[in-house]
Design a protein around this ligand. Structure first.
Ligand code: SAM
Length: 276
């Protein structure tokens, strides 16, 4: 049976994975991305990355795993009509949604994925990839390929979550630990955030900056989003019992009513350049 939250939204784990690109519910995932894009931590890191990358008029700028395409639109405004703003996205549903949203500017959305980018070597001036490597089984290979397509002097910025930084309160510690352990094991690259710097350095790139931002969930978030997804996914997988899931949800909801719910999660961003 598919689990739903209080609003009736299907909360079985919304998958951004490459393997699910053909079958995913793009409308639901786009809605999740839109909510995430409003969060201060996400906005802070998107702005930081754009500042580090500084795309200039006439340059070729690429976003790997471009989702709804909002960062490609930002690129397009900076590289102008003589440049190219390109989103690489394996999901046909996301590519269609991004094209629809970007009707006013000159952008391209191409089929492809991290690790086999559809570009010649040394053909890209600026490259970003946000919350994608956590879904990639071979992140080192993916970043090596990003370095391959960068021109000498080209800039790159990676942003990702490190899921071990998640703090949820209140919860029975043993039940929470089982849910977190399941979530970590079930993800391709859950500790992505801490690995970004080493992946860029390992690909021979020169690190130019790094920062972090902590996402603090609103009290409304106690009844939707990550918290609901985490306990309902664990319930579906048999990691926790229905009684434990209900006690967890009730405890979190009661805490939110008192203004005492806490969920935080830290995201990291690292920038680098290819030596000229
Ligand atoms: C969490 S979303 C982030 C989207 C966008 N970067 C943003 O910041 O809103 C992850 C995106 O990566 C895409 N994706 C998943 N696996 C990928 C892969 N191996 N290579 C490139 N993109 C991938 C998904 O289809 C989805 O659009």
């Amino acid at each position: 049976m598919t689990e739903t939250d209080e609003s009736g939204t299907d909360l079985s784990r919304g998958s951004f994975r490459l393997a699910d690109a053909e079958t995913q519910d793009t409308a639901k995932l786009a809605m999740i991305l839109d909510v995430m894009a409003q969060r201060p931590a996400v906005q802070t890191l998107k702005a930081w990355a754009l500042d580090q990358l500084a795309p200039a008029d006439g340059e070729t700028a690429v976003d790997v795993g471009s989702g709804t395409g909002e960062d490609v639109v930002r690129f397009a405004k900076l590289v102008g009509p003589s440049g190219r703003a390109i989103g690489v996205e394996p999901s046909a549903g996301f590519r269609a949604e991004a094209v629809r949203r970007a009707a006013e500017v000159s952008v391209e959305f191409v089929d492809g994925y991290a690790g086999a980018l559809p570009f010649e070597a040394e053909s890209v001036d600026v490259l970003r990839s946000e919350r994608v490597l956590q879904h990639v089984a071979d992140p080192a290979g993916a970043v090596q390929d990003m370095a391959r397509v960068l021109r000498p002097g080209g800039r790159i910025a990676l942003i990702d979550t490190d899921w071990s930084t998640a703090i949820v309160h209140p919860a029975d510690p043993a039940v929470l630990q089982r849910m977190v352990d399941y979530f970590l094991v079930d993800s391709a690259n859950p500790y992505s955030g801490r690995r970004l710097r080493g992946l860029l350095a390992g690909a021979g790139l020169e690190i130019t900056g790094e920062t972090a931002a902590t996402w603090i969930e609103t009290q409304e978030g106690a009844r939707q989003g990550f918290v609901s997804m985490m306990h309902l996914t664990s319930l579906e997988a048999g990691i926790i019992t229905r009684a434990e899931a209900e006690a967890f949800a009730q405890g979190i909801a009661d805490a939110a009513d008192r203004g005492a719910f806490h969920l935080s999660l830290t995201m990291y961003a690292v920038s680098a350049r290819k030596r000229a």
